[in-house]
Design a protein around this ligand. Structure first.
Ligand code: UT7
Length: 331
């Protein structure tokens, strides 16, 4: 029997309707379209409106989109992972609720959290379950309602993030397509530079933490930027070398969309032509765990069976890594 690899066999996505443009942000904080566009590449982002709607709402829409496109019976799903930095609640898993709502009642489910690398780490987890032969259908969803943890008076963060969700199905493949290799890393030095101070076990919510605005994202952008550029490029270059891939061999880079300049620096180190670098940061901003599957969904029609894809991400923690995968189908 051939070795089992874990292939992505279906993709789904969802972004909310409301579009928060740079122009609208100009009326909210001291910023401007020119600064945001030239420094980040972002033009607009989506925001989930409506009381009572959390990350699971986004995750459910993306999963249902996948189920419909793939004509898949949810009862066949063995496992649901929701990669997220913004779970519905601190306790009671978003993935469990999502799985039940989409009808995946034979599955077990849990959340996986690693800031902007959540989905990349989730790809490793989902693939491992498939490669081991233990499960046949693993649904990996990346979903974040970043607007729920952003201070819209802080121009250093509110211009960057947006809401969204994407989902992929992993299934066994015996023809060599799917997951090939990974380099995953983390470094706790990062916790000082990108964090939410309060609401966890160190500093539980209090009147004081609310007054001090400690429940929203703090980022030392410059420091995070430096680490992101060098680390994401490092692992992407390394995974290419390890798999004897040149820039010509790689079909596409699917990289976390935090800042267009970080993506460009990574692509340069990989010696990739511009048309191989998949981009949607201008439309959605940084959607944290949703970014990689949203890219797969946006470019699904362009991806061909056998394409050699390098995935890369960098996020808070710090967490980062690179995955090499061979695309398994033509849509
Ligand atoms: O996804 C998780 C990982 N996150 C990241 O990878 C994000 C990494 N960091 C970044 O993308 C960038 O650091 C930012 C986009 C956050 C900021 O860009 P920057 O080029 O690093 O700007 P900066 O913080 O060095 O600030 C440059 C100037 C400052 O003014 P002075 O001190 O030079 O007068 C800021 O006050 O730009 C000012 N500034 C702004 N101006 C207009 C900062 N934010 C804004 C803004 N609009 N929104």
């Amino acid at each position: 029997m051939n070795k089992i690899s874990a292939a992505i066999t279906a993709v789904g996505a969802y972004v909310p309707d409301y579009v928060l443009t740079n122009k609208i942000l100009e009326t909210m904080v001291d910023t401007n379209d020119e600064w945001i566009t030239s420094r980040t590449g972002i033009k607009e982002r989506r925001i989930l409106k409506g009381e009572g709607k959390g990350t699971s709402y986004l995750a459910i829409q993306a999963a249902n989109n996948l189920l419909e496109k793939a004509n898949l019976d949810p009862l066949e799903i063995d496992m649901v992972i929701v990669a997220t930095a913004t779970p519905d609640m601190p306790v009671a898993s978003t993935a469990v609720y999502t799985a039940t709502q989409i009808g995946a009642t034979n599955a077990f489910a849990y959340d996986l959290t690693a800031a902007c690398s959540s989905f990349l780490y989730g790809m490793s987890t989902a693939s491992s379950y498939i490669e081991s032969g233990r499960y046949k259908k693993v649904l990996l969803i990346g979903a974040d309602k970043m607007s729920s943890i952003i201070d819209y008076t802080d121009r250093s963060t509110c211009i960057i993030f947006g809401d969204g969700a994407g989902a992929v199905l992993f299934e066994p493949n015996e023809d060599g397509y799917g997951f090939q290799d990974e380099i995953l890393r983390s470094d706790g030095v990062g916790r000082e530079f990108l964090k939410i101070d309060a609401g966890g076990s160190i500093l539980p919510a209090s009147h004081e933490t609310l007054n001090n605005k400690q429940h929203t994202v703090f980022q030392d952008g410059r420091t995070v930027f430096k680490y992101a550029v060098s680390n994401m490029a490092d692992v992407s270059e390394k995974i290419m070398t390890r798999n004897n891939l040149t820039g010509d061999d790689v079909s596409y880079l699917i990289a976390h969309q935090a800042n267009k300049r970080i993506i460009d620096a990574t692509a340069k180190r990989m010696k990739l032509d511009e048309d191989k670098v998949l981009i949607n940061i201008h439309r959605y901003g940084n959607t944290t765990s949703a970014t990689l599957p949203l890219l797969m969904s946006d470019y699904e029609n362009q991806l061909k069976k056998g394409d050699k894809i390098i995935f890369a991400a960098f996020g808070g923690g710090f967490t980062w890594g690179s995955i090499y995968l061979k695309w398994a189908y033509n849509s």
